[in-house]
Structures are given as C-alpha cells and as structure tokens.
Design a protein around this ligand. Sequence first.
Ligand SMILES: *[C@@H]1O[C@H](CO)[C@@H](O)[C@H](O)[C@H]1NC(C)=O
Ligand SMILES: *[C@@H]1O[C@H](CO)[C@@H](O)[C@H](O)[C@H]1NC(C)=O
Ligand SMILES: *[C@@H]1O[C@H](CO)[C@@H](O)[C@H](O)[C@H]1NC(C)=O
Ligand SMILES: *[C@@H]1O[C@H](CO)[C@@H](O)[C@H](O)[C@H]1NC(C)=O
Ligand SMILES: *[C@@H]1O[C@H](CO)[C@@H](O)[C@H](O)[C@H]1NC(C)=O
Ligand SMILES: *[C@@H]1O[C@H](CO)[C@@H](O)[C@H](O)[C@H]1NC(C)=O
Ligand SMILES: *[C@@H]1O[C@H](CO)[C@@H](O)[C@H](O)[C@H]1NC(C)=O
Ligand SMILES: *[C@@H]1O[C@H](CO)[C@@H](O)[C@H](O)[C@H]1NC(C)=O
Ligand SMILES: *[C@@H]1O[C@H](CO)[C@@H](O)[C@H](O)[C@H]1NC(C)=O
Ligand SMILES: *[C@@H]1O[C@H](CO)[C@@H](O)[C@H](O)[C@H]1NC(C)=O
Ligand SMILES: *[C@@H]1O[C@H](CO)[C@@H](O)[C@H](O)[C@H]1NC(C)=O
Length: 355
Amino acid sequence: MFLPLAISFIPLFCLSVAQDFSVPSEWVNTTSTHSWDDRVQLAQSVIDSVIPHYDASKGQLNELFFGQNANLMSAIVIHDSLVPNRTNYNTTTDNFLRVVPSLVPTINGTTIGVTNDPLMWGLTGIYAYRAYNERPFLDNAISIWEQISVYMITRQDAASNSHPLKNITFPLECNGISLAGGVFWNSNSPQNTGINAGTSGAYMALSAYLYEMTNNNTSGDAAELSRQFIQSHLYNESAGYVMDFLDPPTCSIANNFQWTYNMGLYLEAISVYANKTNNVTLTDFANELTVHAVKSTAWNGVDGINTEELPVENVTTNAFSMAYKGMLIRALYEHWSRSPEGSDVAKLIESYIMI
Ligand SMILES: *[C@@H]1O[C@H](CO)[C@@H](O)[C@H](O)[C@H]1NC(C)=O
Ligand SMILES: *[C@@H]1O[C@H](CO)[C@@H](O)[C@H](O)[C@H]1NC(C)=O
Ligand SMILES: *[C@@H]1O[C@H](CO)[C@@H](O)[C@H](O)[C@H]1NC(C)=O
Ligand SMILES: *[C@@H]1O[C@H](CO)[C@@H](O)[C@H](O)[C@H]1NC(C)=O
Ligand SMILES: *[C@@H]1O[C@H](CO)[C@@H](O)[C@H](O)[C@H]1NC(C)=O
Ligand SMILES: *[C@@H]1O[C@H](CO)[C@@H](O)[C@H](O)[C@H]1NC(C)=O
Ligand SMILES: *[C@@H]1O[C@H](CO)[C@@H](O)[C@H](O)[C@H]1NC(C)=O
Ligand SMILES: *[C@@H]1O[C@H](CO)[C@@H](O)[C@H](O)[C@H]1NC(C)=O
Ligand SMILES: *[C@@H]1O[C@H](CO)[C@@H](O)[C@H](O)[C@H]1NC(C)=O
Ligand SMILES: *[C@@H]1O[C@H](CO)[C@@H](O)[C@H](O)[C@H]1NC(C)=O
Ligand SMILES: *[C@@H]1O[C@H](CO)[C@@H](O)[C@H](O)[C@H]1NC(C)=O
C-alpha cells in the first residue's frame, strides 16, 4: 500500500532509445484532470492514514523495515517541501530525531549490518533540511555520510589492495579498472566484500547533495569517485541500466536483475551532481538515464504503466521492493526540477509520472 502512495505524493509526473524524448503514443492517461489542490489533499489524506502507525518509542512504523521507513518519511517531507507547508513537521521531525541516535551501527537494538539503510536516512535528512530549513537535519545527514564513508574504497585503498575494515586478499580492480569509489554493502563482516549499486548509488546521491548544499569539496570528490565507480563497473551502457551487484574477488556481476531503484538512485545522483558542477555532458547523461528509466521494458508496459512487483497481492509483506518505484519517481522528480521548464525531457517526465 505504501508505494502507489509515494507516487501520489509528487503531484506531477519514464530502452535503449537514447535521447528519444517523445512520449509514446501508447501511453495512457498522461494528463490529469485533478487540480493541484486536489492532489495535495489526496497525498495528505494518505499521509494522515499512515501517521497513526508511527511507534513513538522508535520513530518508525514497525511494519516496515528500516530503509523503507526512511523512504516513506522522505516522501512525506518532500510533500511538505512541494506544497510548501509544515503540516507534517511535528511527526517527521519527532520521529527522525528518535531514529538518528540508533542509526549507525545499530537500529532497534540490533546491528543493521548494511550500509545502504543508514544512507537512506541520510537522504531523508537532506529532504527534511530542504523542507524545513533547520540545521540539525543537515548535520545528521553529514554525520551519517561520515560514518558510511569509511566503507568506501579510497584511491589509496585501491592502490594498496587493502581496506581498514575488510580482509582483502585479492586485487581491488576489475577489468584493469580500479574499484575506488565503490561502497561495501556489509558493515559487519570483514569477509563480506560485496558492493552493490543501491549502496554506491545512495552514497553518490548523498555526497552530491552535501556538495550542493555545503560546497564542501570532500563530498564533491566522493561524489565524483563513486560516479566513476558506478559508470565503469555497474552501468550497462549498451542496455542502459544499472546492474545490481559486484563481487570484487571474482569481479562477477549480478546482471540478471533490473530494478528501478538502482536506476533511480543513480539518476538522482547524476542529476544533482551535474547541476552542481554545471557539466553539460553529465546533464545529457541524466537525460539519457531518464529515457531509459521511463521506456525500459524491464519494468514498464507499453502503456507506460510501471509494473515492477505487480500484482500487489503477490508482494510479500514488507518486501523492500515495495519502495523501489517510489525511489525512481523521486529521482525523476529531482531531475525534472533541475531541467528547463517545458523542455522535452521535462515533458516526458511529467507524462510518465502522471500515468
Ligand atoms: C484512464 O483514466 C480514466 C479516468 O480516470 C479511467 O477510467 C481509465 O481506466 C484509465 N485508463 C487506464 C488504462 O488506466
Ligand atoms: C523492531 O522491534 C519490534 C519489536 O519491538 C518489531 O516488531 C519490529 O519488527 C522491529 N523492526 C525492525 C525494522 O526490525
Ligand atoms: C498548511 O498547514 C496548516 C497548519 O497545519 C493547515 O491548516 C493548512 O491546511 C495547510 N495547507 C495546505 C495547503 O496543506
Ligand atoms: C507542532 O507542535 C507544536 C509544539 O508542540 C504545536 O504548537 C503545534 O500546534 C504542532 N503543530 C501541528 C501541526 O500539530
Ligand atoms: C582473511 O581471509 C582469509 C582468506 O579468506 C582467511 O584465511 C583469514 O582467516 C581471514 N583473516 C581474518 C582476520 O578474518
Ligand atoms: C568538509 O567535510 C569534511 C568531512 O565531513 C570535514 O572533515 C571538513 O571539516 C569539511 N570542511 C569544511 C571546510 O567544512
Ligand atoms: C574547492 O576546490 C576548488 C577547486 O580546487 C577551490 O577553488 C575551492 O577553494 C575549494 N573549496 C573549499 C571550501 O575548499
Ligand atoms: C549488458 O546488457 C546486455 C544486454 O542485456 C547483456 O547481454 C550483457 O551481458 C550485459 N553486460 C554485462 C557486463 O552484464
Ligand atoms: C564533465 O563530466 C565529464 C564526465 O565526468 C568529464 O569527462 C568532463 O571533463 C566534465 N567537463 C567539465 C567541463 O568539467
Ligand atoms: C501472482 O500470484 C498468483 C497466485 O499465486 C499466480 O497465479 C500469479 O502467476 C502471480 N503473478 C505473478 C506476476 O507472479
Ligand atoms: C540547476 O537546477 C536549477 C533548479 O534547481 C535550475 O534553475 C538550473 O538551471 C540548473 N542548472 C544547471 C546547470 O543544470
């Protein structure tokens, strides 16, 4: 029930046909007759139905996993920044601040063990700072970013084939290209050296936002290094999608899944970074990712309806995949907001989201 909602939170609204911004004629219902006010109210009524479920002692919904809770709260604070209003400020602030002390490395009394979930909360901090303009949100995002940065492979780590937190007995390169910029997924085990797109993409996005908001070159450098890593190792250029997982000892890639959120996080990261660095090549690339995202047959029907994890009845309770689409729509919204009004890419995004 939470995903379709994330879509309605954003009152606007994406194959390998690079840079074809035309809206396919087969797409259905690419415009809406609902007014802005209607849409704001619809989204708020959904939020109102969720808020009573917050567990005040934990700052989360017990029904959802940790990373999903972050994505839900992100959707709520983005709603507030779009309206704009502070309607949900008390709930989100209260709960966000309750979650934060336990963010890294434990949550709910147990070790999280993975780096991507805290990164999701870091992004929540970014959106909340943007919505409410209060410094603690940004400070928390920075703190999470610093704590996860130690799981990134620096240039020095890659050059020495070692990492302070991992037991590395193999070269930190694949196909002759350094793995610098990759972010380890597991934060518990020195033996687990897997790197996934969700983690590296979320890390790049958080780094790019921090660079945008603070001008701190350290986060700008981190964004660039992660960009190089994803581009060289996880972006399948010929097919136009972000591959899920890299196993450094063997350099094998899990390319049998195509998921919207891997694409979404990378698009969001590239869009923010391109905008901040004023780099036309990267803006073009964000446009290209957009076309792939909205036209990929891996998750879109010819009618433009995103079918990932449908039918809903088949999704197991609390499947993280329920949050995937929301992350893609969020990325499309972020790129739309940085694109010229009325441009082809902006119109394509509007049509897709509206469906
Ligand atoms: C398009 O919107 C109309 C009116 O809301 C609805 O009745 C129809 O089912 C929609 N078509 C599709 C294919 O979803
Ligand atoms: C947190 O703990 C509660 C019980 O106290 C449990 O019901 C819930 O599933 C846990 N949530 C997560 C994300 O582990
Ligand atoms: C803005 O917030 C105030 C106070 O919570 C509320 O009364 C008002 O309806 C909100 N406006 C919109 C457009 O959501
Ligand atoms: C938020 O909390 C403040 C302080 O407790 C209170 O004055 C205000 O009315 C609350 N706002 C909403 C929308 O509940
Ligand atoms: C490091 O990995 C090697 C090979 O997998 C293993 O033999 C060794 O026990 C590990 N060392 C530590 C400290 O975990
Ligand atoms: C930039 O960020 C790094 C890492 O968070 C921090 O150590 C450094 O003090 C920051 N520099 C400035 C000028 O704020
Ligand atoms: C960031 O790097 C640029 C280019 O090297 C430099 O001009 C600028 O002063 C640096 N900013 C900070 C805050 O260190
Ligand atoms: C990229 O995608 C193509 C087409 O789906 C596939 O054949 C190829 O194996 C993929 N590349 C990698 C490195 O997985
Ligand atoms: C823009 O980004 C591309 C890809 O990273 C890079 O090759 C190029 O040098 C950058 N251009 C400028 C003007 O910085
Ligand atoms: C959904 O579940 C039903 C009943 O188990 C099954 O028949 C159907 O094939 C499933 N659909 C998909 C797309 O997995
Ligand atoms: C960056 O995004 C802003 C909107 O947030 C937009 O006005 C501006 O044109 C964008 N600049 C570049 C270089 O993409």
